[in-house]
Ligand binder design. Structure first.
Ligand code: GAL
Length: 448
C-alpha cells in the first residue's frame, strides 16, 4: 500500500515526510466518530506540503482504500470533500507544549527525535533524538536534530549522525541506536554526542556506548567508536574486600541466571556479580544520558549489569572518553532511562523501571555528591496516570539556561508504529523540597 502511494510524491522532501503524514491520515479516519477533528490544525498542517496535484491523487488513492479503513461510508465522503480544502500554510506554533499530542515541526510533520535530549547553547536549543521509522525501532536513518528559540517551535535541521551502508560497520543501517545526548565542550569547541549502540542483527547483546563529535551543533557528527565501558577497571565504591567477594560470585549454580530473581540471586547482583563477570570485557552500557556539572566535568550515566545497576562514569576533559573513575548506583534496583539535574548542590535523578516499551512508575534518587551516596525517593509524578509516568519513560531533564526552571522529558513509545511515538514534556515543580512532575494538558515554556 505504501509502496503505491510513494509514487505520487515528486520530490525527496515529500518522500521523507510521507510516512508520518500517511499515518496521521489513517489514524484520524480510524477514530470514531470521524468528525471535525479531521480539519484540525494538526491535520491541515500535515497536508501543508502536498501540492494540489498530489492532493488530487491522494483523494483518488483514499477512494481505493479498503472499506475497513473507514468507520462509515459517509466518513469517506467527508474526507474526500475535505481534501481540496486541506492546503494550510506551513505550521506555525503558538508557544504551547501539549504532552502526548502530535508535535509538528516547522514543516508540519510530527517531530522525529525520540529518546532524546536538548542542548542549550548560545541562546538556542538543539533537540537530538532517535529517528524512528514506521515499522521498526531499528535505526534506518540516524540521529535527528531540531533547533528552536522557544522550546515549542522546532525547525528540522536534518540528520546529525547518519547510519551507514557499509556491511559490518558499527553504525550499519538496521543497528539499534538509542538515547543520543549531545554536550558542548568549551575546551575543544566540539559538540560531543553519546548514545547507546547495539550492533545490527545482535538484538540487545552488544550493550555498547557510542560516541561522535561535530564542529557544528546540527552536525554532521563524525563517529569515533563504540564499546563496553572501562575494561579491567573496578568501581570506586567497591572496597578491595568487596571486589574479591564479587569475583567469587555467583554463589548459586554455575549459570548465574539459573536461579534468577531469587533472593540469593538478587543479593549476588547487589554484591556485584555482573560487574565482576564483565570486568575483563568492560561494563555493559544501555539506556543512558550525559550530564555536565557546573564545574565543567561531564558524566556518562547508564544502565549496566543487565540493566540491573546504574553506573556513573566520569568523562575526560574533552568529553570523548572515560577517565576510569566510576561508581555503581542503586545496585539491583533495575533502573533504565536515567535523566538528571542539579539544583542548589543536590543532584536529582529520575529513572524508570525495566518494562521495555511499556510504561511503568518513575523512580527518583538524590545525592549531594555525584559520587553518592544516592538515596531513593518516591515517584515524583502527580496527576492522571502518574503511576505510569503519564504513559511515558524518562529521557532528559533540561535546565532552562539562566533560570531555576527544569523541564522533564519523556517518551510515550509506540513500538507498533515507532515514528508515531509521542513526547511528554512537563515543568518540574517543588513540594516539600523535592521535585515533582505534575501533569498538564498544555503549558507554555515562555510562561515559566
Ligand atoms: C526500553 C528502553 C528503550 C529501548 C527499549 C527496547 O526499556 O528504555 O530505550 O531500549 O527498552 O525494548
Amino acid at each position: 500500500m505504501q509502496g503505491d502511494f510513494r509514487k505520487i510524491g515528486g520530490d525527496n522532501s515529500y518522500l521523507s515526510v510521507f510516512d508520518t503524514k500517511f499515518s496521521y491520515i489513517c489514524e484520524e479516519i480510524r477514530k470514531p466518530p470521524f468528525n471535525g477533528r479531521i480539519y484540525s490544525r494538526v491535520f491541515l498542517a500535515s497536508l501543508a506540503n502536498f501540492a494540489t496535484e498530489n492532493l488530487r491523487q491522494l483523494r483518488a488513492y483514499i477512494l481505493k482504500l479498503p472499506l475497513k479503513y473507514f468507520m462509515k461510508l459517509t466518513h469517506v465522503l467527508a474526507f474526500v470533500t475535505a481534501l481540496p480544502l486541506a492546503q494550510a500554510p506551513v505550521f506555525a506554533g503558538d508557544g504551547s507544549i501539549r504532552p502526548g499530542e502530535i508535535w509538528p515541526d516547522n514543516t508540519g510533520v510530527h517531530i522525529n527525535a525520540h529518546g532524546g535530549g536538548v542542548l542549550a547553547h548560545d541562546g538556542k536549543y538543539y533537540w537530538y533524538g532517535e529517528h524512528k521509522s514506521d515499522h521498526t525501532s531499528s535505526a534506518l536513518v540516524g540521529v535527528t536534530c531540531y533547533s528552536s528559540d522557544n522550546l515549542s517551535d522546532w525547525t528540522n535541521c536534518g540528520v546529525a549522525l547518519k547510519v551507514v551502508d557499509t556491511e559490518g560497520h558499527d553504525l550499519e543501517r538496521g543497528c539499534v541506536l538509542e538515547r543520543p545526548k549531545v554536550v558542548y565542550n568549551a575546551l575543544t569547541g566540539k559538540y560531543v554526542m553519546w548514545f547507546h549502540l547495539e550492533l545490527k542483527g545482535k538484538g540487545y547483546a552488544a550493550a555498547r556506548y557510542g560516541v561522535a563529535t561535530a564542529d557544528n551543533p546540527e552536525g554532521p557528527f563524525t563517529y569515533l567508536r563504540s564499546g563496553r565501558v572501562l575494561p579491567g577497571i573496578y568501581p570506586e565504591n567497591m572496597s578491595l574486600a568487596e571486589r574479591r567477594e564479587a569475583a567469587a560470585l555467583p554463589r548459586l549454580a554455575s549459570d548465574p541466571w539459573a536461579e534468577a530473581w531469587s533472593e540469593p540471586w538478587r543479593s549476588d547482583v547487589r554484591l556485584g556479580m555482573f560487574n565482576a563477570r564483565d570486568i575483563v570485557s568492560g561494563q555493559m552500557a544501555r539506556d543512558m544520558t550525559v550530564f555536565v556539572d557546573d564545574d565543567g566535568k561531564a558524566y556518562h550515566i547508564f544502565s549496566s549489569e543487565e540493566n540491573l545497576t546504574l553506573v556513573i562514569a566520569e568523562l575526560s576533559a574533552d568529553y570523548t572518553s572515560h577517565t576510569g573513575r566510576y561508581i555503581r548506583v542503586a545496585p539491583g534496583d533495575q533502573n533504565e532511562a536515567p535523566a538528571i539535574f542539579k539544583k542548589d548542590g543536590t543532584y536529582w535523578m529520575i529513572t524508570s523501571g525495566c518494562t521495555g516499551w511499556d510504561p511503568n512508575e518513575a523512580r527518583m534518587y538524590s545525592a549531594t555528591s555525584i559520587w553518592g551516596p544516592w538515596t531513593r525517593h518516591k515517584n515524583p509524578c502527580r496527576g492522571p496516570k502518574a503511576e505510569l509516568t503519564f504513559g511515558g519513560q524518562s529521557t532528559y531533564i533540561l535546565n532552562v539556561p539562566g533560570t531555576d526552571n527544569f523541564i522533564f522529558m519523556a517518551d510515550i513509545w509506540r513500538p507498533k508504529h515507532p515514528s508515531d511515538a509521542r513526547y511528554v514534556w512537563l515543568p518540574i515543580s517543588w513540594a516539600d523540597g523535592k521535585p515533582t512532575v505534575e501533569w498538564q494538558q498544555e503549558w507554555k515554556p515562555g510562561e515559566l
